[in-house]
Ligand binder design. Structure first.
Ligand code: ZN
Length: 150
């Protein structure tokens, strides 16, 4: 288990140091701002949706290691997916992070996103990990109101 934990931490560190898809998108079809006042994480998410498919996804902003890694890995996981596929992924990710510690979380279908299962131990950090996903929900709805986790 500690080997697995090391692997998880390395993956998160790697995405924090070299975030994937971190840039503005000039031809985005929708975007949204997210803010986690508890930690100070800020994110702007860009989506290019064509025929219900997330053709491109990127983000900008600044935040802690967890929020940056989560945004980076979310963009990797969602690029090329349909909106219909993205929704259950969000729900499973959220369920994993909020499941009680004495329950083995269902991580099977989450692939690489399972690295965030350890965040459950730090309830304050759960909002850092879910911020990009909540912002995604807003971007899909094309809301222009900033999102807050509060
Ligand atoms: Zn944070």
């Amino acid at each position: 288990m500690s080997d697995l934990r090391d692997l998880y931490q390395q993956t998160i560190l790697d995405h924090t140091r070299k975030p994937r898809n971190k840039h503005e998108m000039l031809d985005a079809t929708s975007s949204a701002d997210g803010h986690n006042p508890l930690c100070g994480d800020k994110i702007k998410l860009f989506l290019k949706i064509n025929n219900g498919v997330i053709e491109d996804i990127s983000f900008t902003g600044s935040g802690c290691a967890i929020s940056t890694a989560s945004a980076s890995m979310m963009t990797e996981a969602l690029k090329g997916k349909t909106l219909t596929e993205a929704q259950p992924l969000f729900e499973r990710f959220h369920a994993m992070l909020t499941s009680p510690m004495d329950h083995e979380p269902d991580i099977e279908s989450l692939d690489k996103l399972a690295v965030f299962s350890g965040v459950r131990e730090f309830p304050v950090r759960v909002k850092c990990a879910t911020l990009p996903w909540h912002t995604l929900q807003a971007a899909i709805k094309n809301e222009h109101r900033p999102v807050s986790t509060e």
